[in-house]
Design a protein around this ligand. Structure first.
Ligand SMILES: [Zn+2]
Ligand SMILES: [Zn+2]
Length: 335
């Protein structure tokens, strides 16, 4: 009898510790979906699916398919950062394809057919509609919180600066989603003393110089920057000035035009980044425009070269002609 009680107690203790350990491995996964020029981010907590933006209208089917492939059958929350078509366009297909519990947007009017179709769907499907304002806070799941830092007083005179900026925090790992918020919004958040420091920054306005001001970047102090941008877009995004600013701050840069869809998963302590495309080998040897060494593509030193700095050589002669010397680590041939 005594033994049984002790045994049960031990079993109980074991189970509690075990289930605690299980709870600790619960993950937050954030998918930066490659929708070309535009934003679309799927956030999956252990119990919720949240979508921030849906790319252009033409990207709608891509987003719907991506969500279905992740096993999404309902969305607990859709955040539309602001009414520009490269953010809300694709949401029309999304709102048609999935049951959506709630939409948060800046609640300002924009006179386009896309915006009208979007509003009509929210109305027809009886979706809870909440104007997003700085100071809002939601508990998404155990230990996972979302804070809205912007806007305070949105105006339809400048839609980018009406963008909803959300920060998601899971213990030591955090994400800042800035939509197309520009420097004026960044200054506003800084003066409101919003907690901005984040591990991963979704770079504002597709890497345009309109956003990611120096002081804002220094305050967010991210380890990783994600730029959502289309190949050869007409705006020339991302601007080289922003790329060099991020590099100067030693931020790892990922871009949807180069890496395709980027998936960040975290247990709240560490994070792991998976990309759809790996940098293709485009020559026999590789170098960085920032150094004078050439490497084998699989050299550990070569793997740290940022995509924008890569330079490929088809032969040793070509590398030497460009003034490059063999790396001492991977030791490629010198002639
Ligand atoms: Zn945009
Ligand atoms: Zn915009």
């Amino acid at each position: 009898m005594k033994f049984t009680k002790k045994f049960l107690l031990l079993l109980f203790l074991f189970c509690s510790v075990f289930s605690l350990a299980l709870a600790c491995t619960d993950e937050l996964t954030v998918h930066f979906i490659d929708v070309g020029q535009g934003d679309s981010v799927l956030i999956q907590t252990p119990s919720q699916n949240i979508l921030i933006d849906g790319g252009e209208r033409s990207a709608g089917p891509t987003v719907v398919k991506y969500l279905q492939d992740q096993g999404v059958n309902k969305l607990d929350l859709v955040i539309s950062t602001h009414p520009h078509s490269d953010h809300i366009g694709g949401l029309i297909n999304v709102l048609k394809a999935f049951p959506v519990k709630e939409v948060i947007d800046p609640a300002i009017i924009h006179t386009t057919k896309t915006f009208e179709d979007y509003l009509t769907l929210i109305d027809q499907k009886n979706i809870i509609f909440t104007p997003g304002r700085a100071g809002m806070h939601r508990e998404l799941d155990d230990g996972i919180s979302m804070f809205i830092h912007h806007p305070t007083k949105p105006s339809n005179a400048h839609l980018n600066d009406a963008s909803i900026v959300a920060r998601i925090e899971f213990n030591q790992v955090s994400f800042l989603f800035t939509g197309d918020a520009e420097a004026i919004s960044e200054m506003e958040m800084l003066s409101n003393d919003a907690v901005l420091q984040s591990t991963i920054l979704k770079v504002g306005h597709h890497g345009s110089t309109s956003s990611t001001s120096r002081i804002f970047l220094d305050t967010v102090d991210p380890a990783v920057a994600i730029i959502m941008v289309g190949t050869e877009n007409k705006y020339n995004h991302p601007h080289t000035e922003i790329i060099s600013r991020l590099q100067k701050n030693k931020v790892d840069i990922y871009q949807t035009d180069l890496h395709g869809t980027i998936v960040v998963s975290t247990d709240g302590k560490t994070y792991n980044i998976k990309t759809e495309h790996h940098l293709e080998t485009e020559g026999q040897f590789v170098g960085s425009i920032k150094s004078d060494k050439y490497h084998y593509p699989n050299c550990e030193n070569a793997k740290t070269i940022q995509p924008h700095n890569l330079i490929w050589f088809s032969s040793v002669a070509e590398a030497k002609k460009a003034g490059y010397k063999p790396c001492g680590g991977c030791k490629p041939p010198s002639k």
